[in-house]
Design a binder for this molecule. Structure first.
Ligand code: NAP
Length: 220
């Protein structure tokens, strides 16, 4: 029998953190919901248990303890807060899978704040040199998690990273959340993935998709 993996979600009270927590609570995972505001984190955990009494979801306000206990860590905070989070969890995230979901958007959403020859994910890897950083869930909107099927098609979710085992583990996570995982390549591919979401955000505004949009590769 597969052992239950523990996942720490840092920023679990945000749009993405709470959407991820709700989706992943359907899988065989123990979730540590981490936020600065413990009451808000408890409310997310209670909401999950109300809908799924069998779910293992606990609230905490200590990202260090949560990351220490976890097998996998999802950094669901704004790009600007990643440096601080990485500094706090660096030691306890040793060898662990750390998922970068960030899109380093500028204030007007017409560009990224990262240089063209890097990405938020690669920066996180530099800040956490002994962790296995994987890019995932950055091309899916928080609103997609409730129903990851749009217009009859399962939304694709791209994954990038340098560690084959970690890519496999995160692929399963993406499937549990209801998306179709596509392993897109090494961590440097995050440069493209982060720009893909910039484009989707711009198209969302232009065509009024109401944040219910996603990528789908059509193929034979
Ligand atoms: N929203 C989307 O559809 C979407 C899609 C793909 C990727 N993303 C990416 O997902 C990440 C989160 O986005 P979001 O929309 O969920 O943002 P959000 O709703 O503003 O949530 C951010 C979360 O991070 C926490 N946080 C903020 N600063 C922190 C710090 N210094 N230390 C620890 N926790 C901190 C917040 O807690 P407090 O409220 O207590 O400050 C909150 O729980 C971003 O990197 C974004 O680019 C978002």
């Amino acid at each position: 029998m597969k052992t239950t993996q523990t996942i720490a979600i840092i920023g679990a009270t945000g749009n993405m953190g709470s959407a991820l927590a709700k989706s992943l609570s359907k899988g065989n995972y123990r979730l540590l919901l981490c936020a600065n505001d413990l009451d808000k984190a408890r409310a997310v955990a209670e909401d999950i248990r109300k809908n799924n009494p069998a779910a293992a979801a606990e609230a905490t306000d200590c990202s260090v303890e949560a990351s220490w206990e976890a097998d996998m860590i999802i950094v669901a905070v704004p790009y600007a807060a990643e440096k601080e989070v990485a500094r706090r969890i660096r030691e306890v995230a040793n060898q662990k899978i750390v998922i970068s979901i960030a899109n380093p958007l500028n204030d007007t959403y017409n560009g990224l704040v990262t240089a063209p020859d890097t990405s938020a994910a690669e920066e996180l890897q530099q800040l956490l040199p002994n962790s296995r950083v994987i890019k995932a869930f950055n091309t899916t909107f928080a609103a997609d998690f409730a129903t990851p099927v749009i217009d009859g098609k399962q939304v694709d979710a791209f994954i990038a990273g340098n560690d084959a085992d970690a890519l496999q583990v995160v692929s399963e996570l993406v499937s549990t959340a209801g998306f179709h995982p596509i392993e897109a390549g090494e961590l440097t591919v995050s440069r493209t993935l982060e720009r893909m979401q910039l484009l989707l955000i711009q198209l969302n505004s232009k065509y009024n998709y109401n944040w219910r949009a996603g990528w789908k590769i059509l193929h034979q």
